[in-house]
Design a protein around this ligand. Structure first.
Ligand code: CTP
Ligand code: MG
Length: 238
């Protein structure tokens, strides 16, 4: 079966507070986008569709030289991450039902190729949906907001059963296609978008499996995350 990917990079990066698209922010002298695409290629992905903010398509194309896979950049900024991924799916080449599709965030530049292979291999070995997961370090509580800056704790979740999930997430093509089709209908009805693709699969009642994630696959959300990533990238080179 083929291994292809949608690399979603159409967000604005408001929490990072960068000028221009977050995916072009440099990490160890290369854009975040380049790192994420290269890791996908190193893991054996042959075709990568990148969703870019309108107006950034040309800049993204030049940023993606030499990643080692066939790359297509499309203007794909949707109202939500879910909508942007859906735009990327439309630009994939024709696929067979059992081909493997990865969905990855440009905001996770350092996902190790070995972890990406774990995801793809688990899909190939028969799972419809596979996501990398890491144990949660913080205690997590359900909190009801009362006022700006003030909340009320409703309850504490059992940390031992919680996992933080990363990308790339892997799916058989027919599973991801059906999940997004149903997810788009729900978004139109209820205005609610999922924050990850596996959530759309869960909503169909289809099993989602986890494999071991990796701390290096951290998401660049705030400026401090970039400091950690620079450190990890420097350590990987030595
Ligand atoms: N993303 C996207 N389309 C959107 C929103 C997000 O393609 N409408 C992508 C981002 O480019 C990123 C990934 O989804 O690669 C994860 O999103 P996040 O880390 O939240 O990035 P941004 O939305 O860009 O950042 P922020 O929420 O701080 O504005
Ligand atoms: Mg966002």
């Amino acid at each position: 079966s083929r291994l292809v990917a949608v690399l979603t990079a159409a967000g604005s990066g408001s929490r990072l507070g960068c000028e221009g698209p977050k995916a072009l922010v440099p990490l160890a002298h290369r854009p975040l986008l380049w790192w994420a695409a290269r890791a996908l290629a190193e893991a054996g992905t042959t075709t990568i569709v990148v969703t870019a903010p309108a107006g950034a398509v040309g800049g993204f194309r030049s940023a993606l030289g030499g990643v080692g896979a066939e790359v297509a950049v499309v203007a794909g900024s949707g109202a939500s991450r879910q909508a942007s991924v859906a735009n990327g799916l439309r630009a994939l080449p024709p696929l067979d039902a059992d081909d493997v599709v990865l969905v990855h965030d440009a905001a996770r530049p350092l996902a190790p190729p070995a972890m990406i292979r774990r995801v793809a291999d688990a899909v190939r070995s028969g799972c419809d949906a596979v996501i990398p997961a890491v144990p949660v370090a913080d205690t997590v509580k359900v909190v009801v907001p009362l006022a700006v800056g003030l909340g009320l704790v409703e309850r504490t979740l059992d940390r031992s059963s919680l996992a933080a999930v990363q990308t790339p997430q892997g799916f058989t093509w027919h599973t991801l296609r059906d999940a997004h089709r149903a997810g788009a209908a729900r978004a139109a009805d209820e205005g609610a978008a999922a924050t990850d693709d596996a959530g759309l699969v869960e909503a169909l009642g289809i099993a989602v499996h986890t494999v071991a994630g990796d701390p290096a696959a951290l998401k660049i959300t705030r400026p401090a995350d970039l400091v950690v990533a620079e450190h990890l990238a420097a350590r990987a080179r030595t």
